[in-house]
Design a protein around this ligand. Sequence first.
Ligand SMILES: NC(=O)c1ccc[n+]([C@@H]2O[C@H](COP(=O)([O-])OP(=O)(O)OC[C@H]3O[C@@H](n4cnc5c(N)ncnc54)[C@H](OP(=O)(O)O)[C@@H]3O)[C@@H](O)[C@H]2O)c1
Length: 242
Amino acid sequence: MIELEKNYVPVVWVTGATKGIGLAIANAFAIIGCKIILTGRNRSQLEINAGKIIDQGGYALPLVCDVTSETSVRSAMAAITKKLGSVDVLVNNAGVTVFESFEKTTVKEFDQIVDTNLRGYFLCTKSVMTSMLKQKKGHIFNIHSVSATTTFYNSAVYSASKAGSLALSKCLRAEVRKKGIRVIDVLPGAVETDMWDKSSRKKFHSKMLQPEDVADAIVSVYCQPQRMTTDEIILRPVEGDV
Ligand SMILES: NC(=O)c1ccc[n+]([C@@H]2O[C@H](COP(=O)([O-])OP(=O)(O)OC[C@H]3O[C@@H](n4cnc5c(N)ncnc54)[C@H](OP(=O)(O)O)[C@@H]3O)[C@@H](O)[C@H]2O)c1
């Protein structure tokens, strides 16, 4: 069992915490005793997820936040500040995709993917940056994908958004690492979540990672000794990409 510093209860904000990888990350940080802020667009699901953490004796604050909207991110941040002061750990996780050829991908789909996976990371990170710089500490985990660095069919816009978020993140890390802020890139391969259709999940079930695998890797990096950090976590199914 990993233990936190005595008398220190970190505040962890997980975006896209209604299901999948985000929910697993929220639960994993709750288990080690952190205060969890769960955000997403589906209020009732956030309340159910937060309720389960609270039932287990943890602290959870469910808040609606659409990461594509500057206004929505700002009001979520205002609510967090009022309730908890500041965020110690931000997990940029909310993400979307379409598995579609370049030709068939619409402009609307392009905007939704880039606005969520790239602009969303920018907006949420900006909203915590001032207080992290002031505290001279903080962790920012950015969930990208192996598609940021690997070529896949039917994933042009998704891959572009993830390559963009990875580039954004690397530059940010260079700017803030000497100021006590750890920016950690997480590049998972295929994880069995709703991002995949039912038939793909059935076909590749035995080869896919589970959301808890990603969550456990993140929490173990979070709990590393203070003197070190991990810049990049790459997680793949043993047999390679699906
Ligand atoms: N599954 C994989 O194979 C895989 C592999 C590598 C990386 N990833 C990355 O992992 C992250 C999580 O994906 P997942 O597989 O867990 O997918 P998922 O099960 O479909 O969950 C996506 C989450 O993102 C939230 N979300 C989507 N758009 C949002 C928006 N505009 N504002 C706020 N929240 C939004 C959804 O909540 P609401 O709908 O309630 O808002 C949901 O909680 C994504 O960044 C994804 O790209 C996934």
